[in-house]
Design a protein around this ligand. Structure first.
Ligand code: PEP
Length: 249
């Protein structure tokens, strides 16, 4: 039985004061515990604030990106070891905004996932097609190429230490959501790709859906057989919405 993971991607939002309020509300809302794994991914300057506030709580924290390099002259980058030093458990890699605005290739994303694993972090590997790719019938090929690049770098044991997130680019921040069946179909493709490497491990890998998941659509998305949680953008910035999605899980 796979556990559900509800992960908030705060993107480039927040401030010390706003985060303090949001984290306090999330913690208070989960005082009695959560029926699923809960994660917040703030901008990197606030990781230690999360560590301070969330230590010992039901909420884990993670980063939104990591360097593909170990250390050295890479101005502006953060190594996986540094994130582990901030007690992160997870790091998002290959978010579509990084792929689009920073031209991150499948190979670079795979390197980042590897760096994360080597530092003991769980990479949340994001894949997803653009609207044009969906309309051209390329969805399965696109997400397969994106995930395969990562799978090719991993040994079978590492499959138990990754999370995959299917995030159709056209659904991110747009209010458009994939129907539960559309999402399920892609999740099934992703799981069978993992199964080609190891059938048992494929049954254990959490595959999240992301793209305008909200309190009013979370339950039906999370009810699908291969949807094991959500990667939440906008709705993760409002404690009531985030907690409602956690409650739906
Ligand atoms: C995201 O950025 O990962 C995301 C899913 O955003 P939103 O929920 O706002 O669509």
């Amino acid at each position: 039985m796979r556990r559900t993971l509800i992960a908030g991607n705060w993107k480039m939002n927040g401030s010390s004061a706003a985060n303090a309020a949001l984290l306090a509300e999330i913690k208070a809302g989960l005082k009695a515990g959560a029926g699923c794994d809960v994660l917040v991914c703030p901008p990197a300057p606030y990781l230690l604030q999360c560590a301070d506030v969330l230590a010992g709580s039901a909420v884990a924290w993670g980063a939104q990106d990591v360097s593909a390099h170990v250390a050295g002259a890479y101005t502006g980058e953060m190594s996986a070891a540094m994130l582990a030093d901030c007690a992160c458990q997870y790091v998002i890699v290959g978010h579509s905004e990084r792929r689009a605005y920073h031209l991150e290739s499948d190979a670079l994303v795979a390197q980042k996932a590897l760096q994360a694993l080597q530092a003991g972090l769980t990479p949340i590997v994001c894949v997803g097609e653009t609207l044009q790719q969906r309309e051209l019938g390329q969805t399965d090929n696109v997400v397969t190429a994106q995930l395969q690049a990562v799978l090719d770098m991993l040994d079978v044991a590492a499959l138990d230490s990754i999370v995959v997130a299917y995030e159709p680019v056209w659904a991110i921040g747009t209010g458009k959501t994939a129907t539960p069946q559309m999402a399920q179909d892609v999740h099934a493709v992703l799981r069978s790709l993992i199964a080609a490497k190891d059938a048992d491990a494929a049954q254990r890998v959490q595959i999240l859906y992301g793209g305008s998941m909200k309190p009013d659509n979370a339950k039906e998305l999370l009810a699908m057989a291969d949807i094991d949680g959500g990667l939440i953008g906008g709705a993760a910035l409002k404690s009531a919405d985030f907690l409602a999605i956690v409650a739906a899980a």
